[in-house]
Ligand binder design. Structure first.
Ligand SMILES: C[S@@+](CC[C@H](N)C(=O)[O-])C[C@H]1O[C@@H](n2cnc3c(N)ncnc32)[C@H](O)[C@@H]1O
Length: 223
């Protein structure tokens, strides 16, 4: 997936280091924000809290929150610099409906947002393939614990389908991820479906996106 491989190392914003502004810029986020937003506007609830896992620079958080003013966007990331960047973007844009980024590691048993549960939507963009499989397991376990009945888990990225890549560029990207870290790799929707079932989540839809990416939506089954 060369089109978005730069996503691995967001470029520091030009002002970063020159001031107290920690905003980072990811070329891939700039490129994919608009098409992802169009889908988010159709599938996310129009009110309530959306929890974002692995928010990275925070550019998606501010873009989506600005376009969906009745939603409260809760970004999170394990990475300190990503949280600092996200906090700076929130301040820079001046949005009131984005909460301060949280330090959530999906591999943890508790995410620190349990008191806000049930949550109606969890979003994770370009995370599951650039993290060990344990992160996918943790993400689905957490979604199963925290989502309301009918609540949705929304994933964006490249995905395999029944053992096959949907593009040569994604096969190359998968190989480059695995060379970088053997526990990383493009995930297969069928494998995600299996762990979804174990966590009480069913695959609802797959929406094809530009550059051979997809949005995969899971919904929490009624208990
Ligand atoms: C490739 S970046 C994607 C960032 C952003 N969503 C985007 O698309 O630009 C993956 C992000 O997932 C975060 N991440 C990795 N492992 C994680 C985990 N176990 N729990 C939560 N976030 C994690 C990383 O810190 C990183 O910011």
């Amino acid at each position: 997936m060369p089109e978005e491989s730069d996503n691995l190392s967001p470029v520091a914003h030009e002002q970063r280091g020159l001031s107290a502004d920690h905003r980072m810029f990811s070329p891939s986020a700039a490129q994919n924000s608009a098409p992802i937003l169009e889908v988010m506007k159709c599938i996310l609830p129009t009110t309530g809290v959306v929890l974002e896992i692995g928010c990275g620079t925070g550019e998606h958080a501010v873009c989506f929150a600005e376009a969906m003013p009745n939603v409260i966007w809760q970004p999170s990331d394990t990475d300190y610099d990503s949280r600092a960047s996200t906090a700076s973007w929130i301040k820079f844009i001046g949005l009131k409906n984005v909460l301060a980024p949280l330090d959530i590691n999906v591999c943890s048993t508790l995410w620190g947002v349990e008191e806000n549960a049930p949550i109606d939507a969890i979003v994770s963009i370009n995370m599951v393939h650039i993290a060990p499989w344990a992160a996918s397991l943790g993400l689905f376990a957490g979604a199963g614990r925290l989502l309301s009945d009918g609540g949705i888990l929304v994933l964006y990225g490249p995905f395999m389908r029944d053992g096959l890549h949907n593009a040569l560029s994604n096969a190359d990207f998968d190989a480059s991820l695995k060379a970088r870290n053997s526990s990383w790799g493009v995930r297969d929707i069928a494998d995600l479906e299996r762990i979804g079932i174990a966590s009480g989540l069913s695959r609802r839809e797959v929406i094809e996106m530009p550059s051979n990416n997809a949005i995969v939506v899971f919904s929490k089954d009624s208990s």
